[in-house]
Design a protein around this ligand. Structure first.
Ligand SMILES: [Zn+2]
Ligand SMILES: [Zn+2]
Length: 233
């Protein structure tokens, strides 16, 4: 529902048919629906927030939680993340007044259940503390935003468990910072051994074509989803 970076897409001068709002993904398993991040209030509103069982929140950057503003006025809703994220100054706006949000701290590698979905948090490697989630419902989907590669223990944990990977592919080749360059994101998928990589959070300077060309060169199944795409895994 939101596959873009903090700026969203399209940025000025980029294709108008590519709609990518900030990070908001809706996972459905039987009767259970959860948001992976809630970065776009508009996407959250479209996602029928009142029927969602929980939000799994990765970190305190606003492009991953702006939609919580919308959800905190609804019925009680658990939000799972690390204690470090809830206590981070960037999240103070929400943590001071969560209203109907039940902020629930989780520990890395400690599995819990939300309805029919099993969730295991794992640490990421970003500029502030960040948590990825392995979401299991028959198949295993790993959500790794925002990150630059992964801590070794997270990488080891995901091998053999993650069938699919939603991953930060923000930066151009050679780009430095707290995000993957798109080629690193794809190589991470190879290293974990997933069936398919969903490369997301692309800055507007990274094109879909170059990401897919790189995936082909690596012999890896990959796609660059736009908002509104539905995938059955
Ligand atoms: Zn982000
Ligand atoms: Zn971030």
């Amino acid at each position: 529902m939101g596959t873009g970076p903090a700026s969203g897409w399209p940025a000025y001068g980029y294709p108008k048919d590519k709609r990518r709002r900030p990070s908001t993904y809706l996972v459905e398993c039987g009767e259970t629906r959860v948001f992976l991040d809630a970065g776009s209030w508009e996407a959250v509103a479209e996602g029928a927030g009142e029927r969602v069982s929980a939000v799994l929140l990765s970190h305190a950057h606003v492009d991953h939680w702006a939609g919580l503003n919308f959800l905190r006025w609804g019925p009680e809703l658990p939000v799972f993340s690390s204690k470090e994220t809830f206590e981070h100054p960037y999240f103070k706006e929400i943590s001071d007044r969560p209203f109907s949000l039940a902020l629930t701290p989780v520990e890395h590698f400690k599995r819990f259940e939300v309805g029919e979905i099993a969730v295991t948090p794992f640490p990421l490697n970003h500029v502030i503390p960040a948590t990825g989630f392995l979401v299991e419902c028959g198949t295993g989907l790993a959500y790794a935003l925002d990150t630059r590669w992964l801590p070794e223990k997270s990488l080891r944990f995901l091998k053999g468990k993650a069938d699919y990977l939603i991953v930060d592919a923000a930066l151009p080749k050679g780009g430095q910072g707290g995000h993957n360059s798109y080629d690193m994101a794809l190589e991470l998928g190879l290293e974990i051994g997933v069936k398919e990589v969903f490369a997301v959070h692309l800055l507007p300077s990274v094109t879909e074509e170059e990401v897919l060309e790189e995936a082909e060169r690596l012999g890896l199944e990959a796609s660059v989803p736009d908002d509104g795409e539905v995938r059955e895994l």
